[in-house]
Structure formats: structure tokens, C-alpha cells
Write a protein that binds this ligand. Structure first.
Ligand code: PHE
Length: 341
């Protein structure tokens, strides 16, 4: 049977060429050559119609078999070639694992984080510990325990973002001080850095979200002199020089007496400039002696213990240190700004 012989000789040629092929593209060429639409097998099959009817099935079967054999040989050779290629790479190419990798861009700590950590260190060196509390706070810890009952007008001093059911975004970290007094017995020395929120329209010096460091010290015989000494020490460390301070009376319901502590203007050194509006002073810290009501509400006997508390805006302090004139830059995410620190 002529056709079968023809097919056999095609198979022999194919197997030899496949065996001799040296690359994946040439192997692909052979696939087209032997199994494609214009292959010799196709040409042979076209002659099938001329065969006697009873011979056609066996010729058809033979051609399918040959195609399968060629496919199998192609597949096997492909595997072999791929393996050879990888083996070649493994012996000719080396990865130098000591070569330094590509460096990604490095971030740095936000200037507010930097100063916050610095201030924590300063207070820790004075024997304070660091405390944290929730940003979503109850009315009790943010106001009531601080001697600000529900209808007290002092609530208007700090515009508040309320959530639901007497819950709010804390307006100061004084709330953490109350939580500390509840759980610790005097002597207490604690600072609470953290994020606080006010219902404020933003402008160059106001943000709805900003950072504070508040502190509390309770012991026997604590006076305003202790307060001033601790504030002076902290400011000297932050500004790396002695800072002139003054106290003015200030009203905060949770302290009595209460003060605003001003520092000599860092820009003009007290001579008067546009930053301090000609006064030579900048307002920085709210402070005072803890109100007896606050102590007794938290279970501390005001006849035995006294203490001082203070609170300051971290954003404001960073602005003073670096001469930054717009508080909104801190949350802008502007890398041109942030990369400078
Ligand atoms: N909690 C006050 C504020 O956020 C600051 C303060 C703290 C004042 C402690 C006095 C004593 O404005």
C-alpha cells in the first residue's frame, strides 16, 4: 500500500529532523512543516479519496498514528532542549549574592513624631512614664472628671466633635491623665502625647486634628515652683538653650490656679516681631495646680496630695522650632516639605 509507505517515510524524516533540531524556534518550524496545513501528510491525505473504499479506513488510521508519533517526538525534544538551556544557564551564569540590591527610597519620621519622641525622652529622664489612651473618648473622661459638668460654659472653650451617645473625639489628652489617676496611686509622674481633635475651621494656625503632650505630677507638697522648674527644664532641652518664660493667669476648669505659660519669642528673642505680634512673647503651654475636685473625683485625697498639670500643642512647638508658618503643612503629605526633616 503506497500511501502507508509514503507516510512511513515522512515519519522517518520527521523523527530524524526533530532529533537533530537544536533550538526551540527550529522545533516550532518542524511542527509547522510536518503537522501544518501545507505539510506532506496533508498532501498525502488528499489522495485518500482515490483509494478503494475498503482501504481508506486503515490509511486514515495510519496517518493519525503518525501524526501522534510526530507530536510525541516534538514534545519530548522540546523538554530535552528546555532542560539543556537551563543547564547551560546554570553553568555559564552566576548570581553574585554579595552585590548590593537596588535601594528603594527611604522615608523618615514625621517632624511631629520626632519631637514627640524627643519630649518623651526628656520627661523619662525626669522620672515620668508615658501613657496612652483612646482617641474616641467618653464625655466623662474628656470633661466631667475634669471638673466640667454637662452644662458648664467651659465646654465651649474646646469645640468638640461628638460621635454618638455622649461619645466624642477627645479634645485634649487630659483624659489620659484622669485614666492614670484612677489606676495609679500617688506619687504619679506621667506624660500623655497623642492626637486630639477640635471642631475648627482650618487656617494657617488652626487644624481640626493636631497633637498634644500633656503631663501630670502628683505628690505631697507640690507647688507652682515645681511646675515652673519642670517646664523650664523641658524647654531648655527642646530648644537647646535657656528659654525665658512667664506665667499669666489662665482659666482651665481642672486647675486652680491656672496659667498660660509664654516663652520669649524665638524669632526676635523678645524684641517684638510679626510672629509674636510685637509682644515679644509666644503662648505655648496651659498649666496649673490640679483642682481639688479633680483629685477627689479620681479617689486622691486633696488634703494629702497636690499636683500640677500642663498641656501643649506639639504642632505649635515644631512650628516654633523650625520657623514653619502654616500648620496645614503637617498633614499635607507634601514630600517637598517632609523631606526637610
Ligand atoms: N487641656 C488643656 C488644653 O488642651 C491644656 C491644659 C492641661 C491646661 C493641663 C492646664 C492644665 O487646652
Amino acid at each position: 500500500m503506497q500511501i502507508i509507505q509514503k507516510l512511513d517515510s515522512i515519519l522517518k524524516d520527521a523523527l530524524k529532523e526533530i532529533e537533530d533540531s537544536k533550538s526551540l524556534p527550529s522545533l516550532e518550524g518542524l511542527r509547522v512543516k510536518y503537522l501544518g496545513r501545507k505539510s506532506r501528510i496533508t498532501a498525502v491525505l488528499k489522495g485518500l479519496g482515490a483509494l478503494p473504499k475498503n482501504e481508506r479506513p486503515s490509511a486514515g488510521k495510519a496517518s493519525n498514528e503518525i501524526k501522534r508519533k510526530i507530536e510525541g517526538a516534538l514534545e519530548q525534544r522540546k523538554e530535552q532542549l528546555s532542560r539543556d538551556i537551563f543547564d547551560g544557564i546554570a553553568t555559564t551564569e552566576r548570581i553574585d549574592i554579595t552585590e548590593p540590591g537596588v535601594q528603594g527610597p527611604k522615608g523618615s519620621l514625621h517632624p511631629i513624631s520626632q519631637l514627640s519622641m524627643e519630649i518623651e525622652d526628656i520627661f523619662m529622664s525626669m522620672g515620668f512614664s508615658i501613657a496612652a489612651g483612646p482617641e474616641v473618648e467618653s464625655d466623662y473622661y474628656n470633661f466631667e472628671a475634669l471638673n466640667i459638668p454637662p452644662d458648664h460654659p467651659a465646654r465651649d472653650i474646646q469645640d468638640t466633635i461628638w460621635t454618638v451617645d455622649q461619645t466624642l473625639l477627645r479634645t485634649h489628652t487630659s483624659s489620659v491623665q484622669v485614666r492614670t489617676m484612677e489606676t495609679k496611686k500617688p506619687p504619679i509622674r506621667v506624660v500623655a502625647p497623642g492626637r486630639v481633635f477640635r471642631y475648627e475651621e482650618t487656617d494657617a494656625s488652626h487644624e481640626h486634628t493636631f497633637y498634644q503632650v500633656e503631663g501630670l505630677l502628683i505628690d505631697r507638697d507640690i507647688s507652682v515652683a515645681n511646675l515652673i522648674a519642670v517646664m523650664r527644664t523641658m524647654l531648655r532641652e527642646v530648644f537647646k538653650k535657656d528659654v525665658k518664660v512667664r506665667l499669666r493667669p489662665g482659666y482651665f476648669p481642672f486647675v486652680e490656679p491656672g496659667f498660660e505659660l509664654d516663652i520669649s519669642c524665638h524669632l526676635c528673642n523678645g524684641k517684638g516681631c510679626s510672629v509674636c505680634k510685637g509682644s515679644g512673647w509666644e503662648e505655648l503651654i496651659g498649666c496649673g495646680l490640679v483642682h481639688p475636685n479633680v483629685l477627689s473625683k479620681s479617689g486622691i485625697d486633696p488634703d494629702v496630695y497636690s499636683g500640677f498639670a500642663f498641656g501643649m500643642g506639639l504642632d505649635r512647638l515644631v512650628m516654633m522650632r523650625y520657623g514653619i508658618d502654616d500648620i496645614r503643612l503637617f498633614h499635607s503629605g507634601d514630600l517637598r516639605f517632609l523631606k526637610q526633616f
